[in-house]
Design a protein around this ligand. Structure first.
Ligand code: ZN
Length: 215
């Protein structure tokens, strides 16, 4: 228990230190969110969300995770919002066509919007991720003298995987119906969201190319 609260403070401490060093703007705030197993950011509230379970990560990886999200906020990344809006428009159009009998053209255009939002996402979202990685990597290099930030990202990915595996194990005792529901949610999230994100290896390679090898 005391370990958890101490380590939770570690994320907050690192966040405050980065703020003191003027590496994070004062208007960005930090909020714990249990169960997400990741760092995340919301551009319109300028909030960085973190799972307290991530406090067991090494300091440099926490720094990278936080700064990556700062990158999304500072660079005003709205890729996922754009895509979500187009996707919702497509879905509603198909719905309207079916229920209000608007005809086949409404459905076709709706399907087009769904496909378009997916295509858009793979380009825009990938670009957002690459840019934020470079944003965080450059700070680690220039301010903290970590000359190969891609190794921090690689190790962060592998630690995050361990933490997620651990949490899946601890949910073994869960009610079967809930487990199936959780699996379904994961599949839907994967199909419509994560499968369009660049693969972890691509992100590591991109960061290595753009950041590690720079003079
Ligand atoms: Zn990101």
């Amino acid at each position: 228990m005391s370990l958890t609260s101490n380590s939770t403070n570690l994320i907050e401490t690192i966040f405050s230190e980065l703020k003191n060093q003027k590496l994070i703007s004062n208007n960005i705030c930090l909020r714990p969110s249990h169960g997400s197993m990741s760092f995340d950011s919301i551009w319109y509230t300028k909030e960085i969300i973190y799972d307290p379970d991530l406090a067991s990560l090494p300091e440099d990886e926490i720094k990278f995770g936080l700064l990556h999200e700062v990158g999304h906020i500072e660079k005003d990344h709205r890729g996922s919002i754009c895509r979500g809006v187009i996707f919702a428009a497509g879905l509603s159009l198909i719905g309207c066509s079916v229920w209000l009998n608007l005809g086949i053209f409404g459905s076709i255009f709706g399907i087009f919007l769904l496909v378009f939002s997916t295509m858009l996402s793979s380009k825009v979202l990938a670009n957002d991720e690459f840019q934020s990685d470079i944003f965080a990597g450059n700070i680690l290099r220039n301010r903290f003298k970590i000359m190969a930030p891609s190794t921090i990202l690689a190790s962060l990915f592998s630690h995050l995987k361990n933490i997620r595996d651990q949490s899946n194990k601890s949910s073994d005792g869960m009610f079967l119906g809930f487990k199936i529901f959780k699996k379904l949610i994961n599949i839907v999230c994967y199909l419509f969201l994560e499968s369009h994100y660049p693969h972890e290896d691509e992100r590591i390679a991109n960061l290595k190319y753009e950041c590690d090898n720079k003079e």
